[in-house]
Design a protein around this ligand. Structure first.
Ligand code: FES
Length: 351
């Protein structure tokens, strides 16, 4: 990317004043935007100032535009140095922008470049008579008529070495020149024989609305096909779905006061609830006679720890009934006397 900076001081004019024409143009552009938004016209004004200055933007022209738009000079400078359509150095009377992008190169832009270098010199060089200067640019959007150049505001396309040399000669001598294609092509029509889009029905009007007819037919066919497919997919002995099929199952929360009231049950007495939680009022299950119960099926040993260290006590008889203090428990929950005859001695040995 080329470095874009202002022309050297010795090229800069000492002053620049917007002409009445440029002033009128500026007022018209500024009026397009809401009050206070006049800065939006900056690109248009820079373009007009460039035109007034002879195709490039001196520092004084940039400052004049900034003053007209009540903008900081640096902000206008940023715009002027960013966009390549603004020339920051003097250009020739005929400023040639040469397209050096791939499509043009494939169509012979290299030969056009040689002509420019031979007749004008390097890029950005202005001929001694001030007639020509040139610059290589990226695609100018006329690839189908490649190779091409833009000279000032006009395109010149389908260039060859011969017709481009003649074009430069005519411009230099002030003779009229032909804009656009230099080989007589109408815009971007086929370069040689027409070999596409030749079917006469494309042009006799018979295809007007054809796309709608085609879409209607396709939609109808799809509709018919879907109906037939739906009929075929339903089994003859299909059963109707249950009315509640697929719905969420609704049920009451278990044993809530609301549910008990709904079912006609009395609410639980708070006193009863309190007594039920009192371990001292728990039901005591009497042990059954020894020998009447089967031997325990489990191989587990229910060995209890001594209640006091060093004191030999019989092993806890069984798992206590819920609510019964462990020390008072005498039977297993299932009523069996399955405890093994194990005694814990002082030295924690069992027998
Ligand atoms: S590549 Fe040259 S105009 Fe597009």
């Amino acid at each position: 990317m080329a470095v874009r900076k202002l022309a050297p001081e010795d090229m800069q004019p000492e002053s620049f004043v917007l002409s009445p024409e440029t002033e009128a143009f500026a007022d018209k552009e500024i009026a397009k935007y809401p009050p206070g938004r006049q800065a939006s016209a900056v690109i248009a004004l820079l373009g007009k100032a460039q035109e007034q200055a002879g195709g490039w933007l001196p520092r004084k022209a940039i400052e004049a535009v900034a003053a007209k738009l009540d903008m900081a000079v640096i902000r206008v400078m940023e715009v002027a140095t960013f966009y390549t359509m603004f020339n920051l150095e003097p250009v020739g009377k005929y400023f040639i922008q040469f397209c050096g992008t791939t499509p043009c190169v494939l169509r012979g832009a290299g030969d056009i470049r040689k002509v420019l270098e031979r007749r004008i010199g390097d890029q950005n060089h202005v001929t001694t008579d001030g007639t020509f200067s040139w610059l290589e640019v990226e695609c100018l959007g006329a690839c189908s008529n490649a190779p091409m150049v833009q000279i000032n505001d006009d395109y010149y396309e389908d260039l060859t070495t011969e017709n481009f040399e003649k074009l430069l000669d005519d411009l230099a001598s002030g003779r009229p020149v032909k804009k656009g294609s230099q080989i007589g092509r109408n815009r971007s029509e086929p370069f040689e024989a027409v070999n596409t889009l030749q079917d006469p029905v494309l042009y006799d009007g018979s295809l007007v609305g054809a796309w709608r007819k085609r879409f209607d037919e396709q939609a109808k066919a799809a509709e018919t096909g879907e109906a037939a497919a739906a009929t075929a997919s339903v089994p003859q002995d299909a059963k109707a779905a249950k009315p509640a099929a697929g719905r969420a199952i609704e049920s009451d929360a278990a044993d809530t006061p609301a549910k008990r009231a709904k079912e006609g049950e009395k609410p639980i007495n708070p006193t009863d609830r309190k007594e039920a939680a009192d371990p001292s009022k728990a039901t005591k299950v009497e042990p059954k006679e020894k020998g009447t119960q089967p031997a325990p099926q489990s191989g587990k040993s229910y060995v209890a720890s001594p209640t006091k260290g060093g004191e030999a006590v019989p092993n806890s008889p069984t798992t206590p009934v819920a609510g019964t203090p462990p020390a008072q428990a005498e039977t297993r929950r299932d009523g069996s006397e399955s405890k093994p005859d194990v005694v814990v001695t002082k030295d924690n040995k069992t027998s």
